[in-house]
Design a protein around this ligand. Structure first.
Ligand SMILES: NC(=O)c1ccc[n+]([C@@H]2O[C@H](COP(=O)([O-])OP(=O)(O)OC[C@H]3O[C@@H](n4cnc5c(N)ncnc54)[C@H](O)[C@@H]3O)[C@@H](O)[C@H]2O)c1
Length: 318
C-alpha cells in the first residue's frame, strides 16, 4: 500500500504505538503524526509530526492538502471517564472533531477515514454476554453517545457521499508504552505498574466486573487489517472486535502466578456504574467473516508479555 496516512491524537495510548507500527510498514515519511502538544521523542523519531487541534478546521484542511494525505486515522478523542467528568468537552471534541474530519474527507476526496468507536457505544439495554455486532445501542454516557453518533455519521457519509469510512469498536486496550488517557478500563494497565512497583493495587472497579479487553499488538493488527481490507468485502462499516474478557480478580490471579506477594483490594468509584452499562463479552464474528479478524493474545499470553516489557522499561525484576 503506497498511501499517505495522517493520525490525529497521535500521542495518546493507541496513537503512540500505532504511528510506530504504521511507519515500520509504510515508511516513516508516509505517516504523519499530529497532536495538540509538543510531541514525545518517540513520535519525532522516524517521521513528520505537526501540531493539529481537530477543532481547527482550516488547520486540518491545510495539513491534509499540503501533505497530500490519502487516509486519516482519527484518534483524537475524550475518553469515557474524563467524558463523564466533562461531558461538554467530550461532546465538542468527539462530535465536532469527527464531523470536521468527515467533512474534510468529503471536500478533499480523501481515500479513507478510520475513526475508532468503542464498547461504550453499547448501553444497559444491550445484551451483556456475547454482544452481537448489530444490536440495540442506547448508551448512558456522553462518551458512548458520541461514539454511536460517530458510527452513524460515518456510515451516512459512506452512503451519501461515498466517503470510505471504517470503524472498530475497541474494547479496553492494554499496553506498556503510553499510559491510558482516562477510560474505564485503565485499571487493567495501572495494575501492572503497581504490581511491579508496590506489589499492591487498589482497583476502582469491583472484583467481578467482567469487561472485553485486547492487548496492544492485537489492537494494531485489527486497525491495520481493517484499513487494508478490500472495500468490496465490507457489508458493515462499524465492527465489534475483541480478544479476551476478564474481571479484576481474574487478571490479579494471573499476575500472582508471577508475583505471588501481589495483593489487590477493591474500592469501586464512579467508573463502576460506567462499566456496568457495558457488555461483559463481545461477539466479533462479523469482523472475522468480512475481513478475517483473528486475535493472537489471550489473558495468560498478555500478562506474561506485559510483565516482561514493563519490568524491562521500569528496571524492576519480578
Ligand atoms: N484506549 C482504549 O482502551 C480505547 C478503548 C475504546 C476506544 N478507544 C478509542 O481509540 C481512540 C484513541 O484512544 P487512546 O486510548 O489513544 O486515547 P488517549 O486519550 O490516550 O488519546 C487521545 C488523544 O487525543 C488528544 N486530543 C484530545 N482533544 C484533541 C483535539 N481537540 N485535537 C487534537 N487532539 C486532541 C488527546 O490529547 C490525546 O492525546 C479514541 O477514539 C478512543 O475513543 C480507546
Amino acid at each position: 500500500m503506497s498511501k499517505r496516512i495522517l493520525v490525529t491524537g497521535s500521542y495518546g495510548q493507541i496513537g503512540t504505538e500505532l504511528v510506530g507500527e504504521l511507519r515500520r510498514r509504510y515508511g516513516g515519511e508516509n505517516v504523519v503524526a499530529t497532536g495538540r502538544k509538543k510531541p514525545p521523542a518517540i513520535l519525532k523519531r522516524d517521521g513528520p509530526y505537526y501540531q493539529l487541534d481537530v477543532l481547527n478546521v482550516s488547520q486540518l484542511h491545510q495539513l491534509l492538502v499540503d501533505l497530500d494525505i490519502d487516509i486519516v486515522i482519527h484518534n483524537a478523542s475524550v475518553l469515557s471517564a474524563v467524558g463523564e467528568k466533562n461531558p461538554q468537552l467530550a461532546y465538542r471534541t468527539n462530535v465536532e472533531g469527527a464531523y470536521n474530519v468527515l467533512e474534510a474527507a468529503r471536500i478533499l476526496e480523501l481515500d479513507q477515514v478510520m475513526i475508532p468507536s468503542s464498547i461504550a457505544a453499547f448501553g444497559p439495554s444491550t445484551p451483556k454476554e456475547n454482544t452481537p455486532n448489530d444490536v440495540i445501542m442506547r448508551p448512558t454516557t456522553m462518551y458512548g453517545v458520541t461514539k454511536v453518533f460517530i458510527e452513524l455519521l460515518g456510515e451516512y457519509y459512506t452512503h451519501r457521499f461515498d466517503v470510505d469510512f471504517r470503524s472498530l469498536r475497541y474494547p479496553g486496550i492494554i499496553s506498556s508504552e503510553a499510559l491510558p488517557g482516562g477510560g474505564t478500563t485503565d485499571y487493567a494497565v495501572e495494575i501492572f505498574y503497581e504490581a511491579l512497583k508496590n506489589k499492591r493495587y487498589t482497583c476502582f472497579l469491583a472484583k467481578d466486573t467482567a469487561l472485553p479487553m485486547m492487548y496492544m499488538p492485537d489492537c494494531l493488527k485489527a486497525t491495520i487489517d481493517l484499513i487494508e481490507a478490500d472495500a468490496s468485502r465490507l457489508k458493515h462499516r462499524s465492527f465489534n472486535v475483541t480478544a479476551m474478557s476478564f474481571t479484576p480478580e481474574e487478571i490479579a490471579n494471573e499476575i500472582k502466578k508471577y508475583i505471588p506477594e501481589f495483593e489487590i483490594e477493591y474500592k469501586p468509584d464512579y467508573r463502576q456504574q460506567i462499566a456496568e452499562s457495558w457488555p461483559r463479552s463481545i461477539d466479533d464474528s462479523v469482523a472475522r467473516e468480512e475481513w478475517g479478524w483473528k486475535p493472537e493474545y489471550d489473558l495468560p499470553a498478555m500478562v506474561k508479555d506485559m510483565l516482561d516489557r514493563l519490568s524491562k522499561r521500569l528496571g524492576i525484576e519480578y
